[in-house]
Design a protein. Sequence first.
Length: 379
Amino acid sequence: MAEFISEYYLAMLMVVSLLAGIFTGYPVAFLLGGLGIIFAFIGGIPVPFLATVGSRIYGGVVENWLMIAIPLFVFMGLMLESSGVARRLLLTLQRVFGRTPGGLAISVAILGVVMAASTGIIGASVVMLGLLALPVMMRQGYHPEMACGVIAASGTLGILIPPSIMLVLMGSILQVSVGDLFKAALIPGLLLGALYVAYLLIIARIKPHWAPLPDLDATDTDTSPLMLALARDLFGPCVLIFAVLGSIMAGIATPTEAAAIGALGSVILALLMRSISWNTLSKTVQETARTSAMILFVVIGATSFSVVFKRLGGDYMIEALITGTGLGPYGLLLLIMGLIFVLGFFLEWIEISFVVLPLVAPVVEILDFGLGLSSQAIL
């Protein structure tokens, strides 16, 4: 019993060390893996057990065919970013909402939804919106808080709206259908985007000096008919979204196969727009490799950390702390969501997915929400 309690303390110390190490600026992937190895020796975990960590990494990560979808979705997003699709769509949306208070901010929010459904990654959306929209919004006199806020909020829709890389990893972690996760996340993601637009409309009415109307004569350089321009710039991304999501949700293709369709479709779209070159393709491939390697290293480090954390009784500790509050199913669900919200200040979605999700999933699975749902449906 005393040994079990001491392992509890080690598990808590692992979490504290992780949070403290993040503030040092040390790479999170090496921090997670290093803490796993260090605490394995501190906790007196037998050396043969560490071999299971390697087999878990090799069998659960390296050999997992679902992981192939990650670089393909990353490539698709980066290719769309460099092909100029987003820039043209932003200018067209600005023409559509030009006379609406907060029209440019609304255009950015809608563009965030479209690009989230086209890319599946956060980094590409945030960087793209920051480079494209922020200078334009600042030149038009937008309040810095509103300009930065709408870009940050809209850019992060890529983590929720399918095809999201986070949902692909969640499917691998929880051993559930990625297609089902895509179906479950589609409506909440679109609803969140609609709430962003509604908020921008309200705040632009309440504080018009935060979102002044632009001088369309000075900003509109496209002389083509508005509806024709909108159809032209929306057609490519919509076809790509339908090809990727439609093939997954209809059961025609697996997530990996759909990711390959999306990657090829982004190249074809760039070719049709005559915005691809050898230099663009080379940079896209290099950035894809860099981003995919970063994700893979974090996944490997998080796997090492979570395996040792569970071996020290961390999963039982988390379950005891959560269920010991005496809250009902919905209260526990709100508590878990609040915990993940707070952890989001310190950890990225990859660490939360691979470290926190496997710990709280068993707790959520045993909750009875009175809806007659199975454990798989709840997850």
